[in-house]
Design a protein around this ligand. Structure first.
Ligand code: UDP
Ligand code: MG
Length: 330
């Protein structure tokens, strides 16, 4: 009998959420019309998360888990889960119950109606601080204008993907993974369902400002070349201004020798302006070159310390085998 549904849940220090998450997910799994597996991906947690997950695996054979050998970050943890998930439809969700499990039957319905990607779109974020709301609001709108593919606004990674889409994502070698972008990139029939995002059930936010910022830069750089062009535009603008200035300076020299605008202040401002433009441009270039460097090294995306519950795991995809080799090394 083939497995119909997989739930991929990345976990980073979520001990306070796991029991409640399992309780609610179990109810959903029991209500679905096919067999389901629950894939927990422990992203190098320091708390008791892995112990709890191991216990659950003992109790319930539908639970499988991976434990990454260190903290690789949310996107990589999800990637690892997708590599191992075996279902015909794969749901990705957070462990903190901000993505309500009770929405899953609705995702499934749309999948059964023939959509390959069903993503959940937030209409509201309850009790998240204004700074996070504001930056997220701004970022998704900038991204939509700059990105080469249409990346829907206000959607996170909470979604259901068809096996075909998951296989395509698994075949993508890139390391700087912005999954919600890659998911949009593959195409097929996609649809959104709206939901209100609940506050975290327990525990602290694991996405620090630094991590969120890195994810945002990643999304922009991975899906747009516009930033590279910005320096060209500013450069052309600056050249035009410089030409104008040259003409003005000549004019003042001959016709208004006492003009205050010919002094050091104007020169200093111009020098600082050009210096700033050049440094920012080099920084933008650096972002893209850094990515080329990272891609070209071709290291595995993650290393695994422990795997539990995937019986026929050996006949998996290449990537799965490659990562399993790392497990055997440990
Ligand atoms: N997470 C992870 N690795 C990390 C950071 C977060 O696997 O380095 C997981 C975390 O356990 C949670 C999900 O990613 O299941 C989303 O994290 P969080 O709730 O902190 O982010 P937010 O809801 O603010 O986007
Ligand atoms: Mg959260």
């Amino acid at each position: 009998m083939s497995l119909q549904y997989s739930f991929v849940v990345p976990i980073y220090n979520e001990e306070a959420n796991i029991p409640e998450l399992y309780r609610r997910l179990r109810a959903v799994m029991d209500s679905l019309d096919g067999d389901a597996e629950l894939v927990f991906v422990d992203d190098g947690s320091h708390d008791r998360s892995l112990l709890l997950v191991r216990d659950l695996h003992q109790q319930d054979s539908r639970i499988c888990y991976l434990s990454l050998a260190r903290n690789f970050g949310h996107q990589i943890a999800v990637t690892a889960g997708l590599n191992f998930a075996r279902g015909d439809a794969v749901v990705v969700m957070d462990a903190d119950l901000q993505d309500p499990p009770e929405l899953i039957p609705e995702l499934v319905q749309w999948w059964q109606r023939g959509y390959q990607v069903v993503y959940a779109q937030r209409t509201q974020r309850r009790r998240e601080n204004w700074f996070k709301r504001l930056t997220a609001f701004g970022f998704y709108r900038i991204l939509r204008h700059l990105a080469d593919v249409e990346i829907p606004t206000d959607t996170g990674d909470f979604c259901l993907m068809d096996r075909r889409v998951v296989d395509l994502l698994n075949a993508m070698p890139e390391r700087n993974r912005y999954i919600r972008g890659l998911r949009a990139w593959v195409g097929f029939r996609q649809t959104a369902i709206l939901f209100e995002r609940d506050p975290r059930f327990a525990g602290e936010v694991k996405y620090t400002f630094g991590k969120s910022f890195a994810l945002a830069v990643n999304g922009l750089v991975s899906f747009s070349k516009v930033p590279l062009r910005i320096s060209t535009y500013i450069g052309m603008g600056a050249a035009a201004i410089a030409l104008l200035m040259a003409i003005l300076v000549l004019y003042w020299r001959f016709f208004a020798p006492n003009s205050p605008l010919t002094g050091y202040a104007a020169i200093t401002v111009a020098i600082f302006f050009m210096g700033a433009v050049q440094l920012i441009s080099i920084g933008i270039l650096g972002e893209y070159i850094g990515r080329i460097y990272e891609e070209i090294k071709g290291r595995p995306l993650y290393t695994l310390a422990e795997v539990g519950g995937f019986q026929e795991v050996k006949e998996g995809s290449n990537r799965r085998d490659r990562n399993l080799r790392d497990v055997r090394l440990l």
